[in-house]
Design a protein around this ligand. Structure first.
Ligand code: NAD
Ligand code: DAU
Length: 376
């Protein structure tokens, strides 16, 4: 298979690229703009592999995308590139819409032209796999049943609205133009190489640095956690074997409140890397102003992917958290420069940068260059 992975220098995209490139019969081409969230370090283990290529560029650059699809004879696009952080989407919604909605539109248009250039027989092997989120469904009350693939869309944040819009575009390109698509909606991921703006890595790094660990509101909000390697396996499976036009929920069946999760991270760190003062890291937990529009609970019914494709999560939440903590303890080479130079842990998402989003709103004519061999 010849894959184009958009957003492959990000957290989930890099896990997926590492997995796919293990098979020498696969060709893996990553297209990533290297925004603040992208990192060549996350692809370090792929450096020099003959079945892997990294291209630095913008998914909104139609001519770049079209030439890549043609030159590499791509048969499967797995689309992950996005602005992925809810808090940043509250501060800079226009950038999020440009990337997540218009970027998906450009990809769909390029993919459609590419697919139409195939023979009738070859068309059947092509897939456009759109990677989405459980946040498109809005939130659940404490006793509500989990979201199924048929749950109505009710996004709460600018990020969730942009992902919902992109999902609708993908389905429309299937229904109207016949483009062979599959979609997946996944719950919260954790694991190696996650940018430390998200709850779990932020908690680990703040604890190690001895600074406060912010809990939004009461900490009673519930998320369903999945290890990124389980997600990557599910994505590879759906891209290969998913039914055309279908969407699949992917989740960990591991719901947990934010406060319970953060306390358990603190307790694990107390065991693995005790604070020299002897105080528990729990003392750093600080309740702060809630996220505007904060979704209360996410939970996914994953029976479809389980029964149809035989996928199931392999990490329990405890095992996954241990693995994630161990990785951050052992890999400061990856996160220390990010923490020092790109994001030091300050609070985001309180609209402090609004109005006046112009600086965050690049024109749609963004250009990018193909750099066949980027430094890793
Ligand atoms: P991430 O922020 O770690 O990575 C996003 C990547 O996209 C970065 O490498 C960035 O450089 C790249 N990118 C951004 N704009 C681009 C552009 N215009 N052109 C090319 N590349 C661009 O995100 P992630 O957590 O790995 O999420 C990946 C995808 O999975 C997203 O679509 C997200 O909505 C979805 N998702 C994430 C989670 C999660 O828990 N992290 C859960 C469900 C779904
Ligand atoms: O559900 C899937 C989504 O999970 C993905 O689509 C998103 O790309 C991904 O970022 C994630 O979104 P969340 O908003 O759930 O993730 P985040 O890590 O930002 O927050 C998790 C929970 O923790 C949420 O309820 C907000 C809370 N939180 C977050 C941060 C950063 C805190 O209490 N304190 C914090 O400092």
């Amino acid at each position: 298979m010849k894959y184009l992975i958009t957003g492959g220098a990000g957290f989930i995209g890099s896990a997926l690229s590492r997995l796919l490139a293990e098979n020498p019969e696969n060709r893996v081409v990553v297209l990533d703009k290297l925004t603040y969230a992208g990192s060549m370090g996350s692809l370090r283990s792929l450096k020099g592999k003959s079945n892997f290529r990294f291209v630095c560029g913008d998914i909104r650059d139609r001519s770049l995308v079209s030439s890549l699809l043609a030159d590499e004879e791509i048969t499967t696009i797995i689309h992950l590139a996005a602005e992925s952080h809810v808090d940043r989407s509250i501060d800079s919604p226009a950038l999020v819409m440009d990337t997540n909605v218009m970027g998906t539109l450009v990809l769909l248009e390029a993919a459609l032209a590419h697919w139409r250039s195939f023979s009738t027989a070859a068309r059947g092997n092509f897939r456009f796999h759109h990677v989405s989120t459980d946040e498109v469904f809005g939130d659940l009350g404490p006793a509500d049943p989990c979201f199924t693939e048929q749950s109505p869309y009710a996004p709460s944040s600018p990020y969730a609205a942009s992902k919902a819009a992109a999902d609708h575009l993908v389905r429309a390109w299937h229904r109207t133009y016949g483009l062979p698509v599959v979609l997946t909606n996944c719950s919260n991921n954790h694991g190696p190489f996650q940018f430390p703006e998200k709850l779990i890595p932020l908690t680990i790094l703040n604890a190690l640095q001895g600074v406060s660990i912010p809990i939004y509101g009461t900490g009673g909000n519930v998320r369903d956690w999945l290890h990124v390697e389980d997600h990557a396996r599910a994505l590879a499976l759906v891209a290969r074997s998913g039914r055309i036009g279908a969407s699949y929920n992917i989740g960990g069946e591991a719901e947990c409140s934010n406060l319970t999760l953060v306390e358990s991270i603190c307790d694990t760190l107390d065991r693995k890397k005790p604070d020299p003062s002897g105080r528990s890291y729990r003392n750093l937990i600080t309740f702060v102003t809630d996220r505007p529009g904060h979704d209360r609970r996410y939970g996914l019914d994953i029976s479809n992917i389980r029964t149809e494709l035989g996928w199931t999560p392999t990490y329990t939440l405890n095992a996954g958290i241990e693995n994630t903590i161990d990785w951050y303890l052992q890999n400061s080479w990856w996160w220390q420069p990010i923490r020092d130079e790109r994001y030091g842990g300050e609070r985001l998402g309180l609209e402090q940068t609004r109005p006046g989003t112009a600086k965050d709103h690049p024109s749609l004519s963004a250009k990018a260059t193909i750099l066949p061999e980027m430094q890793m």
